[in-house]
Write a protein that binds this ligand. Structure first.
Ligand SMILES: [Zn+2]
Length: 150
């Protein structure tokens, strides 16, 4: 259940499905209300934190954690340190997290900077997720990369 609003006439409707139908009054397209958008962002942030902080060891969410070639080349000891830094990352702010989704961050490990980001795919990893807040419709890919690989 989610509140959507018509982009055309401002009619609000409560819809069961995540993909809203057309407005029942004017046929305009329905978009998520501010409240619903905030609720979805909070759900996404919680899922992203759970996925990242456990390195998805609990398998509660579909997804993969991958590293780029440049990170791959750094070796096992560095990978362990990066994994710890990734799990412990907790400094989200307006600059690195403007949408409140906890899907991006910068790590510093042994004086070297790394970026991590989370992308949302459909469960078959073919297209982007239609509903990143819905775990049934989303597979996450968390990528760790060198700044030069962003
Ligand atoms: Zn309408």
């Amino acid at each position: 259940m989610a509140v959507y609003e018509c982009a055309n006439c401002d009619r609000a409707e409560v819809l069961d499905s995540f993909v809203p139908d057309a407005c029942s009054v004017c046929g305009g397209s329905m978009i998520a209300s501010d409240e619903e958008r905030a609720r979805q962002a909070a759900a996404i942030a919680e899922q992203n934190d759970r996925f990242r902080k456990t390195l998805n060891r609990d398998r509660s969410l579909a997804g993969r954690i991958v590293q780029t070639q440049g990170v791959d080349a750094l070796g096992y000891q560095m990978h362990l340190k990066i994994a710890v830094a990734l799990m412990e990352f907790d400094t989200f702010n307006e600059d690195n997290d403007p949408h409140g989704q906890h899907d991006y961050g910068v790590l510093t490990v042994d004086g070297q900077r790394f970026f991590w980001k989370i992308d949302y795919y459909d469960p078959q990893y073919e297209y982007g997720s239609d509903a990143p807040h819905d775990p049934a419709l989303t597979a996450r890919v968390l990528t760790v990369m060198l700044p030069s690989e962003y």
